[in-house]
Design a protein around this ligand. Structure first.
Ligand SMILES: Cc1ncc(COP(=O)(O)O)c(C=O)c1O
Length: 395
């Protein structure tokens, strides 16, 4: 019986504490070794030709990357996982794996924005056409599927505006037409949503965020079911986009505490989101776990929790005053940093740029401010936001 099998009936924090590495495999040390490797030696010429040994070259995996990817397999319920050098690389790898010249791709309009650059740039150059769809489309996606549609890319909740998607309904339609389904599952992590259990074929993580958790690493993971895994692993090998050993190690280290960190992110974010619903100067709070949020029922049906990032829409009817108000809010913050990314221990704020949307249009009430709620004391964060709102209201 392997350690993973022994642990599987346990609670999530027990599994996170032990998954991915069996101390018996490495002299009893509780952590796996960090293997820095390009060359792997073979015992003889015949093995060199047959490659019949576990490790053959650094790009194809090491004991360190295996520890991380097997932990992700355990959490996602996947047939295989690869670790790549960024979340963006994790988003684009499945496209390269599933699509060929002449194919058609469906992408949710609330997608992480650089995904769009890849579709309109690289994929268009290779003769692959992308159509964007409404995040609320559900089974209605059938009307957009063409004979050459090979992949439906989902992300729930959506970037910056947090629209929920009916993932099981989309997956059912996509599969009926022979298309694969990928999902950027970064927001929920496998702790709060397991895409492969809801019909998704490929689950993507910017592990830069909650798994790594400390704003010091760029890394991504792609976990696939039996159907999608051969193409994912083959394309990963062809591209040579392997995560670095120190980053893989640190991400596994981050996974050990991800459950407790996420619980705290969740609790603080919900406390703040609820308080913001009643505050002057806030038109709407975009957070799927709030009862007022349009996609709340889907979130409740499919997700086991919510993480620490959501948005507020400032109440600024006059479009000409939106930027000044948003900047007044951001500039008054003293604890929240102004910076991109999320999932780290520290709070961040950003004025979301939604100018590339074509279907899921920006809210009409005012500018969208995205808040990443860190692990600081929630009262301090609340005071900081109150100060920022007062500044925006006075502008
Ligand atoms: C939803 C989502 N997916 C993917 C990424 C890309 O991750 P990375 O910054 O590691 O490239 C991000 C980054 O912000 C993101 O928000």
């Amino acid at each position: 019986m392997t350690k993973t099998t022994r642990l599987s009936p346990n609670g999530i924090n027990t599994r996170l504490a032990h998954t991915g590495h069996d101390p018996e495999d490495f002299f009893g040390f509780v952590n796996p070794p960090v293997v820095h490797a390009s060359t792997v030696l073979f015992p003889d010429a015949a093995t060199m030709v047959s490659r019949n040994q576990k490790y053959t070259y650094g790009t194809h995996g090491t004991p360190t990357t295996d520890a991380l990817t097997s932990a992700m397999d355990e959490l996602e319920g996947s047939a295989g996982t690869v670790a790549v050098p960024s979340g963006l690389a994790a988003v684009t790898l499945p496209f390269m794996a599933a699509l060929s010249a002449g194919d058609h791709l469906l992408v949710v309009d609330s997608v992480y924005s650089p995904t769009r650059n890849f579709c309109g740039g690289m994929l268009a150059r290779f003769g692959i056409e992308t159509t964007y769809y409404d995040p609320c489309i559900g089974a209605g996606i059938e009307s957009l599927i063409r004979p050459n549609t090979k992949l439906v890319h989902t992300e729930a909740p959506g970037s910056n505006t947090f629209e929920m998607q009916d993932i099981p309904a989309i997956a059912e339609v996509a599969h009926a037409h022979g298309a694969l389904v990928s999902m950027d599952n970064t927001w929920a992590t496998p702790l709060y949503f397991k895409p492969l259990d809801h019909g998704v074929d490929i689950s993507i993580h910017a592990a830069t965020k909650y798994p790594a958790g400390h704003s010091d690493i760029l890394i991504g993971t792609v976990s696939a079911n039996e159907a999608a895994w051969p193409a994912i692993t083959k394309t990963f090998s062809m591209l040579g986009i392997c995560a670095a050993p120190d980053d893989a190690y640190m991400t596994l280290r981050g996974l050990r505490t991800m459950g407790v960190r996420l619980a705290r992110h969740q609790e603080s974010a919900l406390t703040i989101a609820r308080a913001l619903e009643d505050m002057r100067g806030v038109a709407t709070v975009l957070h799927p776990a709030l009862e007022s949020f349009p996609g709340h029922e889907i979130w409740k049906r499919d997700f086991g929790g919510s993480s620490g990032i959501f948005s507020i829409v400032l109440d600024v009817a006059d479009p000409a005053r939106r930027q000044a108000k948003a900047h007044a809010f951001l500039d008054a913050l003293q604890i929240f940093g102004l910076g991109y990314s999320w999932g780290g221990y520290e709070s961040l704020a950003v004025h979301a740029n939604l100018s590339d949307r074509t279907i899921a249009m920006p809210p009409e009430q005012g500018p969208v401010i995205r808040l990443q709620i860190g692990l600081e004391d929630v009262e301090d964060l609340m005071s900081d936001i109150e100060r920022a709102l007062a500044a925006a209201n006075a502008t």
